[in-house]
Design a protein around this ligand. Structure first.
Ligand SMILES: [Mn+2]
Length: 312
């Protein structure tokens, strides 16, 4: 499949690399890693980046802010995402062809070449393997971006997706110029006073029901700290990890338009089926969804308790 992807890349003059919204280190890492490698390999091709931006953009690379028309006659490569749920728009439908390179559990009904490896630590690991296998140039910028992506999504090689292959790919990246210490420094973000105090609020207000610990954060509560919905959900859910006698933990955060972001984590037992049952998805132990009403929260907690006790 790597060969098929490479053949498509060679046959297009305009290539657009996209990823999911609210990008994390792996979304940016796989996007930038591929971008710098392809720019080096094909200086005469037009290689573009599209997507929303946030402060995880470790290279401060400007997105190209493309219109629907810009996608015409292009090859789109979607990295670190394979469902419509987390895409900025569906402009990719205007493209001539589409490649998907992802590590999320998903069966997309779009894309011409779809490479999904749910057992991989990160999309960056998969992109590294593609570049290396096809003999594409992994420049220093590309290597650092991909290393940051792998470290980000594996949580510094802590999560179960970390494998011998993950370290093999890191070996290739370090030999290509990735600077471990410099990259770790980039990822060490300091926090505002409000962010710290908000985390204190999360740690002092969680609820335990059965084997599940969770927070419900209302719009009013997070606005007291000036915290956006994304930081409140993705940025806080892991604070509830490691509580004795719990098996899973969840953050429910009310969004500005009164929906709820649901971030679900599990210590050992796969819970992605619960996320899927409520219209979401993700990884076995780290998944999520967005729900329309407060009333669904108790259903999710109930479903999670059932799921983590299924095999018990
Ligand atoms: Mn990822």
């Amino acid at each position: 499949m790597f060969d098929q992807i490479y053949a498509l890349i060679k046959s297009f003059e305009k290539i657009i690399i996209i990823r999911h919204m609210n990008p994390d280190y792996d979304a940016y890492g796989s996007q930038f890693g591929l971008y710098y490698a392809l720019k080096e390999a094909f200086p005469n091709k037009t290689i573009l980046l599209d997507g929303d931006d946030n402060d995880s953009n470790f290279y401060n690379v400007k997105m190209d802010h493309l219109s629907e028309k810009d996608y015409e006659n292009s090859l789109v490569i979607l990295v670190d995402q394979s469902s419509l749920l987390m895409l900025k728009d569906e402009n990719f439908r205007r493209a001539s062809k589409m490649i998907i390179i992802d590590h999320h559990e998903s069966t997309p009904d779009f894309g011409d070449v779809v490479l999904i490896r749910p057992n991989y630590s990160s999309a960056s690991e998969l992109v590294t393997e593609f570049l290396f296998t096809e003999g594409l140039p992994i420049t220093e910028q590309s290597a650092n971006a991909l290393f940051i992506g792998i470290v980000g999504d594996s949580n510094r090689f802590l999560y179960s997706g970390t494998s011998a292959n993950t370290f093999k790919m890191c070996e290739i990246l370090i030999e290509s110029g990735a600077d471990i210490i410099a990259d770790y420094k980039i990822m060490q973000k300091e926090e505002t006073e409000n962010q710290k105090r908000f985390k204190g609020f999360i740690l002092s207000s969680f609820i335990i029901e059965g084997d599940v610990a969770y927070n419900i954060v209302s719009k009013e509560e997070r606005s007291k700290y000036g915290i956006d919905a994304f930081f409140s959900s993705r940025g806080s859910v892991n604070l509830l990890s490691g509580i004795i006698n719990t098996k899973a933990f969840v953050n429910f955060t009310e969004t500005d338009d009164s929906k709820y972001y649901v971030e679900i984590r599990s210590k050992e037992i796969p819970v992605v089926n619960v996320a899927k049952a409520f219209g979401g998805g993700g990884h076995e132990l780290a998944c999520g969804t967005t729900i329309g009403s407060f009333g669904q929260i108790s259903n999710i907690i109930k479903a999670l308790n059932e799921e983590v006790n299924k095999s018990a």
